[in-house]
Design a protein around this ligand. Structure first.
Ligand code: DUT
Length: 200
């Protein structure tokens, strides 16, 4: 079941679902979602002279990312073809019996700004700000202003609460994200790896 505005407000009031700060309930609470605003930090990907990125090489993933913090009154210009990581201004706490989906807003989609390269799933138990995968598929640069409503979060109730919510096991590498976080896929190996068993 997807939560309606009334359900969302009930859960926020009960305190197990957290989305904060919510400065303007009337604007941010939509019929079945919560609009989230853009934060001021961005991670940009530099052109690199390495032949390809190896997802499990920490040095390579971190080396080609630089951070930009947009000052008050300034915009971040997303150029055609750009891919950057942004963050929501709000931090969230998802209780064990809910799953949240981050979706783009239609109004930005119509400007060719895609807010999510992936499905944008926030696990039951997840806490922190949400990293946004922003790209511009159009032909004109688009100015993104910190504080603008950039994405919306919908909530689906699980049939039973998760037994092992996000954060309860060692693989939860994005728990308590503060600002945009680059991929930590390289730490998958530390947690047991994603490799196929070698065939005899
Ligand atoms: O667009 C998104 C989607 C998810 N998340 C957060 C919430 C989610 O609970 C966590 C992990 O996401 P996911 O499970 O999709 O990533 P993973 O690469 O499988 O990480 P892990 O191995 O930690 O589960 O990252 C974001 O910040 N942005």
């Amino acid at each position: 079941m997807i939560l309606s505005d009334a359900d969302i407000l009930d859960r926020l009031e009960a305190g197990d679902l957290v989305v904060e700060p919510l400065d303007d309930l009337e604007l941010q609470i939509q019929p079945a979602s919560v609009d989230l605003r853009l934060g001021r930090e961005f991670l940009e990907f530099q052109r690199t002279n390495i032949p390809c990125i190896h997802p499990n090489s920490e040095r390579e993933v971190d080396e080609y990312v630089t951070e930009t913090v947009v000052e008050d009154g300034d915009d971040f210009i997303l150029h055609p073809g750009d891919f950057v990581l942004g963050t929501t201004h709000e931090r969230v706490e998802i209780p064990p019996d809910l799953i949240a989906h981050v979706e783009g807003r239609s109004s930005l989609g119509r400007l060719a700004v895609v807010v999510h390269a992936t499905a944008g799933l926030c696990d039951p138990g997840y806490r922190g700000q949400i990293t946004l995968e922003l790209s511009n598929l159009g032909t004109a640069p688009v100015a993104l202003t910190p504080g603008m409503r950039i994405s919306q979060l919908t909530f689906t109730e699980l049939k039973t609460p998760a037994d092992r919510p996000y954060g309860s096991d060692r693989g939860s590498k994005y728990q308590d994200q503060d600002g945009p976080q680059a991929s930590r896929i390289q730490s998958d190996d530390e947690f047991g790896g994603d490799q196929l068993e070698r065939e005899e």
